[in-house]
Design a protein around this ligand. Structure first.
Ligand code: PEP
Ligand code: MN
Length: 342
C-alpha cells in the first residue's frame, strides 16, 4: 500500500501517518520524499490495514494498494528514475552510461594500479576488482581478501575512481564496506537475504547481480529486501542466465537482454549489464556491450586485464584496456542515438 501525502502536508502530518501505521497495525514504513510530494510505503502484511481510516488523516491525499509484489522498488509506487551518485559519478535515469571496469580478481598491488590507470585512460568511471572471490573449486585462486581491498581503495584514490568489490559473506560486510564505495552482491548470493540486508544497512550503494536461474520477479523481490532496510541505492546487474541445451558449448551464460527494458519498466532503479560473465568469451564482449546499451542499460561492468592470458581467474572472458576503449567509444555513440530516439 502507498499513502500519497498532499503537497501541502507538513512534517507533523507525515509523522502522524507513520506513527499511526506503526502503532495501530505494527507495520514498518518507507518514506520517500519527492520534489513535490511525499509517499509512504507500508512494509509487511497490509491486509489488516483499514484504508478508510488512513485516508482521512490530515495531509493525506489518497491511499491505494500496489499490486506489484515488490512495492518499494516498483515504478507504480515511485515513478521517477533513481539517480545514484557515487563520488561524482551519476548512475541511472537519462545520465550517460557508466562503465565499471577492472580485473576479475585483484592479484597484486602492481596489477590493480596498472589496470586502474589503463581503464581510467580508456574512459571507465568505476574500478572493480574481486578480493573475496566466489569460486567453485577450493583449489582455484580465492582472492587476496582484505589486502586486495586495500590495494583497490588506494588505486581508486590514485586515479579518482569510485570502487566496487563483492561481499561474499555476512562476516565480511564491515570489512568490505570499510574500503569500497559500492558493495557487490554476486549472482550466487542473490537469494541470500541475510547478506543483502546486512549489506544494505551499511548505507552504501549495492550492486545486486541477478542469479543465473532467477526470474525477473525474484530478482526485484530481493532488491526489495535492501529497499526495506531504507537503502534504495541499488544498482541492478543482468549478468546472464543458464543457457539451454547445447548453448552451453558456446557461451558460459546467456545474457538476457530483454530483461533490461522489462526491468526499466518495472522499477525506477538503474540496471546495468555484465557481458563478461554473461558470455564468458572475450570475442563476444564488444557485440554484447553494444547490444546492452542499445537495449537501454544504464552502464556496463566489464572485466579487463592488460594480460588476460596470465590472469588468475576468468582469463577467457577478459579484454584489454585498448579493447575497452573501443567499446566505451562506440557505446557513447549508441547512447546518443537512443537518446535522440526517445
Ligand atoms: C564478479 O562480478 O566478480 C562475479 C563473480 O560475477 P557473478 O556473481 O555474476 O558470477
Ligand atoms: Mn570474474
Amino acid at each position: 500500500m502507498a499513502v500519497v501525502m498532499k503537497p501541502s502536508a507538513s512534517d507533523e502530518d507525515i509523522e502522524r501517518v507513520v506513527k499511526f501505521v506503526k502503532e495501530e497495525y505494527g507495520l514498518q514504513v518507507d518514506v520517500s520524499r519527492g520534489e513535490f510530494q511525499t509517499l509512504i510505503g507500508l512494509i509487511g502484511d497490509e491486509d489488516k490495514v483499514d484504508f478508510d481510516r488512513l485516508a482521512v488523516l490530515p495531509g493525506v491525499e489518497r491511499a491505494y494498494r500496489i499490486t506489484s509484489p515488490y512495492r518499494l522498488v516498483s515504478r507504480s509506487f515511485f515513478p521517477e528514475d533513481r539517480i545514484i551518485e557515487v563520488k561524482g559519478v551519476k548512475i541511472g535515469g537519462d545520465n550517460r552510461p557508466i562503465f565499471i571496469a577492472g580485473p576479475c580478481a585483484i592479484e597484486s598491488k602492481e596489477q590493480i594500479f596498472r589496470i586502474a590507470r589503463e581503464v581510467n585512460e580508456a574512459g571507465a568511471n568505476i574500478l572493480r576488482g574481486g578480493a573475496f572471490k566466489p569460486r567453485t573449486s577450493v583449489h582455484s585462486f580465492q582472492g587476496l581478501g582484505e589486502e586486495g581491498l586495500e590495494y583497490l581503495a588506494e588505486a581508486g584514490e590514485e586515479y579518482g575512481m569510485p570502487t566496487v568489490s563483492e561481499v561474499r559473506s555476512e562476516k565480511h560486510v564491515e570489512t568490505v564496506a570499510k574500503y569500497v564505495d559500492i558493495l557487490q552482491i554476486g549472482a550466487r548470493n542473490m537469494y541470500n537475504q541475510d547478506l543483502i540486508e546486512e549489506a544494505a544497512k551499511q548505507k552504501k550503494p549495492i550492486l545486486l547481480k541477478r542469479n543465473f536461474g532467477a526470474s525477473i520477479e525474484e530478482f526485484l523481490l530481493f532488491a526489495e529486501r535492501a529497499a526495506a532496510q531504507g537503502n534504495k541505492d541499488i544498482i541492478l546487474c543482468e549478468r546472464g542466465i543458464i543457457p539451454i541445451g547445447r548453448g552451453r558449448q558456446f557461451t558460459r551464460y546467456s545474457l538476457d537482454l530483454s530483461a533490461i527494458p522489462v526491468i526499466k519498466r518495472e522499477t525506477y532503479l538503474p540496471i546495468i549489464a555484465d557481458p563478461s560473465h554473461g558470455t564468458g568469451r572475450r570475442d563476444l564482449i564488444y557485440p554484447m556491450s553494444k547490444a546492452a546499451i542499445a537495449a537501454g542499460a544504464h552502464g556496463l561492468m566489464i572485466e579487463v586485464h592488460y594480460s588476460p592470458n596470465e590472469a588468475l581467474s576468468d582469463g577467457p572472458q577478459m579484454i584489454t584496456p585498448q579493447e575497452l576503449k573501443k567499446i566505451i567509444d562506440v557505446c557513447k555513440k549508441i547512447y546518443m542515438l537512443n537518446f535522440s530516439d526517445a
